[in-house]
Design a protein around this ligand. Structure first.
Ligand code: IMP
Length: 430
């Protein structure tokens, strides 16, 4: 039995969907524990592309049960749409293979309205949120005003909570942001539909995890976003409103700390960032465009072009400290193919001084300049490589250096989008 956590080590979009999907063969449960439909996990099977935002990436495997933990914020509209879309493409989804925690907080229409109204007001100080209502929903959770999935089962409680919340939100929307208030009757009608559709999927995720663990089953915990978007440890305020670090699995899914067996850190072979915030290794030149084009770097949730840059080992080292990664899964190595040289940032220069960490002061982080190590590139097609020995010397050297600078051994290397196109050096469930 092994409980394995997969986390993003950068700013999200490291390719978690593919790696989770790849490692699911031996697991019984795949569990999400934070974030919401601001995530977008792309799965490619036999050339067919599936994007899931809320439902865990294991959903394509008929044997696996997918759990959405209490730490996730769930837009019921999106959950229903995802279930319906997957069903339309032949994926069977029933309460036997999908469970939503009764304790998960619901993203309500007023959360989305507030998210958009606030971003609109911020002008140049925009965070670049996905506009999915994530922040406002977590705010209500912390303020103890939230509506939870379990409330869908009790219409009277739900309507009472809706009234209190909406009175306040509409006041702010109308009087502070100058936007149209939302109709309570309409939300109440929609909520009746959510309740009917989602009620069979509601359950006790903690019990489900405990049962599987007691039976010695393998469980995979699927993180969303990335370590540097963490509300506490990320590049605040350019972060999301949850904690994508590995330890969140305890609070966000109810796994006891002693039951964590391994943490796998996902690393894209270069760096991307979507939304605003400092990004020391960003490339606005031909190489940046190469990475964006070859890597198809467009947000799977918003479609926005992602900012691209060289790999940043300072970012990876911070992730190692925070997540305690046992192995790295490197994705999109093939995107670097064709470049004459490849670079890794191994430290920053801040006001003339060399530093090896990310400063807490965001203005100081914005002044950090990367100190690079340059390595030779490779031109050979690597997409058919099955073993690490099949890779060109330069690609191997790059991987070795990445791993060395991060201080974490390699576990998986992905060489093309399809699930099969991966070199597995260490299977955490073997
Ligand atoms: P929010 O989570 O929608 O509030 O967005 C806050 C910041 O996190 C923005 O910069 C988003 O672009 C970024 N973000 C949120 N989710 C993801 C993700 O799954 N991948 C990459 N960036 C994300």
């Amino acid at each position: 039995m092994a409980n394995v956590i997969i986390v993003g080590t950068q700013w999200g979009d490291e390719g978690k969907g593919k790696i989770v999907d790849l490692l699911t063969d031996k697991v019984s449960l795949v569990v999400r524990f934070q974030g919401g439909n601001n995530a977008g996990h792309t799965l490619v099977v036999d050339g067919d592309k599936f994007i899931v935002h809320l439902i865990p990436s294991g959903i394509l495997h008929p044997r696996i049960k997918c759990l959405v933990g209490n730490g996730v914020v769930v837009d019921p509209e999106v959950m229903i749409m995802e279930i319906e879309n997957l069903r339309a493409r032949g994926v069977k989804i029933t309460p036997a293979n999908l469970m939503l925690s009764e304790k998960a907080h619901l993203i309500m229409p007023y959360h989305k309205a507030l998210d958009l109204a606030r971003e609109g007001r911020k002008g140049k100080a925009k965070i670049g949120t996905t506009g999915r209502g994530i922040g406002p929903c977590y705010e209500d959770k912390a303020a103890r005003n939230g509506i939870r999935a379990v409330d869908l089962l009790d219409r009277k409680t739900l309507l009472a909570k809706l009234r209190t919340n909406l009175d306040e939100k509409n006041f702010v929307l109308e009087n502070y942001y100058g936007v149209k208030p939302l109709s309570r009757a309409r939300i109440a009608r929609e909520a009746a539909r959510w309740a009917e559709f989602l009620a069979p999927f509601l359950g006790n995720v903690v019990l489900e995890i405990d049962k599987a663990a007691e039976k010695g089953r393998h469980i995979l915990f699927e993180g969303a976003q990335g370590t540097h978007l963490d509300l506490d440890h990320g590049t605040y305020p350019f972060v999301t409103s949850s904690n994508p670090v590995a330890g969140t699995v305890c609070a966000g899914a109810g796994l006891a700390p002693g039951r964590i067996d391994a943490v796998i850190g996902l690393v894209k072979a270069y760096t991307t960032r979507v939304g605003a915030g400092p990004f020391p290794t960003e490339l606005k030149d031909k190489v940046g465009r190469h990475l964006g084009r070859r890597g198809q770097e467009f947000g799977s949730t918003t479609g926005r072009p992602r900012r691209c840059g060289w790999l940043d080992a300072v970012v990876l080292q911070e992730s190692r400290r925070l997540n305690g990664m046992d192995y790295l899964a490197v994705t999109k190595l093939d995107v670097l193919t064709g470049l004459d040289q490849v670079r890794i940032c191994k430290a920053y220069k801040l006001d003339g001084k060399r530093i090896g960490h990310i400063p807490a002061d965001i203005a100081a982080f914005a002044r950090c300049e990367p100190v690079y190590e340059t390595l030779p590139g490779w031109k050979e097609d690597i997409s058919e490589a099955k073993r690490i020995e099949d890779l060109p010397d330069a690609a191997r050297r790059y991987l070795d250096r990445l791993s060395e600078l991060a201080g974490v051994p390699l576990g998986v290397v992905s060489v093309a989008p399809d699930r099969e196109k991966s070199i597995i050096l260490h299977d955490p469930f073997a």
